[in-house]
Design a protein around this ligand. Structure first.
Ligand SMILES: Cc1cc2nc3c(=O)[nH]c(=O)nc-3n(C[C@H](O)[C@H](O)[C@H](O)COP(=O)(O)OP(=O)(O)OC[C@H]3O[C@@H](n4cnc5c(N)ncnc54)[C@H](O)[C@@H]3O)c2cc1C
Length: 270
């Protein structure tokens, strides 16, 4: 069951119902980092994408936004207001809630660099405010990871710049993305986390000669081996099997255990 949450009052009622009935639930952002089992999910999926959204300046260089907003919209808003700091996020698809949960980042920067504070709704419906220093950020991880709390809004601290300068950086970033990433095919971004020790997942996969390797409709992108593309009719199982094959190959060849960056929903293992 998919429920679009309209506002806090609805959310409190829905959580009460979920808790009283002991139902499993999942918070969906824009699903850009998600592999959903072919058999679906036997629980309640909550979405903020159709919520009453807010995006505003709260000071000279601070922005408040609700979690269901696309990150791209906030990047544009920052640009139009001559505020820098979010340029790295231009091109990261997904919602603001998903970006905070994942501590999304690129080009050496991530959300932890700019977030000031955020609000979430805990499992019993209480609204909790958290300062950035309490968000336990690390690479693609935050305090919210695996907690099932619902991030509702956040504040970003940006820096005064000019619209043109911000626009230029955003343009440069998207150019890099287009040249390196297989954006012409459906994909879920980088499948694996950077393994550390100076290694890159994409290079390790490439060095296993797996570029272009296919299982069903899932293929290791010939353009960037860190991505898996859907060539037309890939099932979630095809993708999961390809991920397992890649992990095994990298482990056998280099002794490195790749960890997935993408999340799963439902009965599927990667
Ligand atoms: C082409 C492409 C390029 C990408 N490039 C990058 C990149 O450069 N850097 C990067 O970091 N990522 C990248 N990604 C991955 C993805 O876009 C990010 O992780 C994004 O932040 C996920 O946001 P989402 O709203 O789609 O989250 P979803 O995929 O819907 O969910 C991801 C996780 O966040 C949780 N979540 C979402 N919203 C909330 C909320 N409101 N409250 C609590 N939990 C929530 C979900 O439960 C889930 O566990 C890329 C993906 C694609 C397809």
């Amino acid at each position: 069951m998919l429920i679009y949450i309209k506002n806090y009052e609805c959310l409190a009622l829905i959580l009460k119902f979920i808790n009283e009935n002991g139902l499993p639930y999942f918070i969906l952002g824009k699903g850009t980092n998600l592999l959903v089992a072919d058999s679906g999910y036997n629980g309640v999926v909550l979405s903020l994408l159709k919520s009453e959204n807010k995006l505003e300046l709260t000071g000279e260089s601070t922005i408040m936004c609700t979690a269901g907003l696309p990150l791209a919209k906030v990047c544009m808003f920052a640009m139009k207001n001559g505020l820098g700091g979010l340029e790295f996020a231009w091109g990261i698809p997904g919602s603001c809630g998903g970006a905070l949960y994942m501590n999304a980042g690129a080009y050496g920067e991530d959300i932890s660099n700019i977030v000031l504070e955020a609000s979430h709704v805990d499992k019993t419906g209480n609204i909790v405010n958290l300062l950035a220093k309490d968000m336990d950020f690390s690479y693609r991880k935050s305090y919210y990871s695996d907690k099932n709390f619902i991030i509702s809004s956040m504040k970003f601290k940006l820096n005064p710049s000019s619209e043109n300068e911000v626009k230029h950086k955003m343009f440069e970033n998207i150019k890099k993305r287009k040249s390196k990433q297989p954006l012409e095919f459906p994909n879920a971004g980088s499948i694996f986390k950077r393994p550390g020790g100076g290694f890159y997942a994409g290079t390790l996969v490439q060095d296993c000669n797996l570029k272009g390797f296919e299982i069903g409709g899932a293929m290791v992108s010939p353009k960037h081996a860190g991505f898996i593309i859907n060539t037309g009719n890939a099932t979630a199982n095809d993708i999961a099997n390809l991920i397992k094959h890649i992990k095994k190959s990298v482990l056998n060849n280099f002794g490195i255990e790749l960890e997935c960056e993408i999340k799963t929903l439902g009965d599927i293992e990667i």
